[in-house]
Design a protein around this ligand. Sequence first.
Ligand code: FES
Length: 401
Amino acid sequence: MADLKSLKATKFIPMLADRQKRFDSSAAMLPPGSDQARVLARALHPKRQYLKVANVIDRGQDCKSFELVADETRGTKSLAYFGAGKYLTVFETIDGMSITRAYSISSSPKDSLEGKYVLTIKLVEGGLMSRYILDNWTVGTPVEVSAPSGNFEYQPLRDAKKVICLAGGSGITPFISMANAIADGDEDFEMTLLYGSRNYDNILFKDELDELVKKCDKIKVVHVLSDKIEGKKPKGTEQGFITAKLIKKYAPKDEEYSVFLCGPQQMYAFVDKELETLGLKKKFIRHEMFGEFHNPASQPDYPSDVPETVSITVTIQDETKTVTGSTGDSVMQILEKNGISVPARCRSGECGFCHSHLLAGKVYVPKNLEYRRMADYVFDCIHPCCSFPLTDLKINVPVAK
Ligand code: FES
């Protein structure tokens, strides 16, 4: 193999002129039919999808499902296909501020081919976007979303054939999509879903889950109810929390299995400790970060002596501003609260869309949101969506796409 260090970059310079000559002498447009790969890539990964609300299902408990269809009048003719477990980033302008939030798609991938996505949104306490959507989206409301994104999907080469899915509250949404995909024959794995709710009346998608279990023997559902159950325990329920003991009870005995988790931050804090005792291979534990991370000071490795407020000097689109905010908020939240919009998709450190340059200061990143590469550390790059300021900062943010 050639010694990379002995290669001289200057050797490639003459090639540039030759390449330019070839560009200049070629046709301005590709011949029709020769760019199928690009057409397919654009269909699967559109920058934006322009949709409208076609139906609203009120699920009670401040939770609604919104059926979204393509809005041809604004240029979207069909919906991008997706793998079960993906999310859409919703773009909204609230009080003049551009806001983004990621929501898992709760419908089956097959539905997207038939022209429909479903987003199920539950009110988050103090949540600006969830409150806005629940109050304002009605039939006909125009909606703007990203292409389906995320990595929380079943990968046959990495994941075990049997999967224990752990859901908490509205963290059920990607699993509804996966269960539908299994029942439709679009995914091939066995799902045992342990779904944590407060009580029997709080279970979201109860009827849909019952139907899916009846329809497909690869799907099993156990409802784990945290409130004390009065009288006889309903069939298919457990009382308490999702513990290692409970996972073991429903996991295959002599076979490998994967564990997929989706739920609120408090659930991860509890379940992650339980999972450590099971000694599973790291690759078999998969998390979907459901919503933004809050309260960094609750983390055991959060430093002491952090000031309550800091200032952030940010350069974006050749404009520099200095704003102040609380160290309990992420850099992205502080900027947004000050009317500065930052490019974002997942808002949980995974997609790299908000990738920015830290010019001065220090940030804290919660361990399970640390997706940066080695080069990011070397060149002082951060993800503002999951970086919490520890000191005054100076940052350079890319232009919003
Ligand atoms: S928005 Fe995805 S990494 Fe920040």
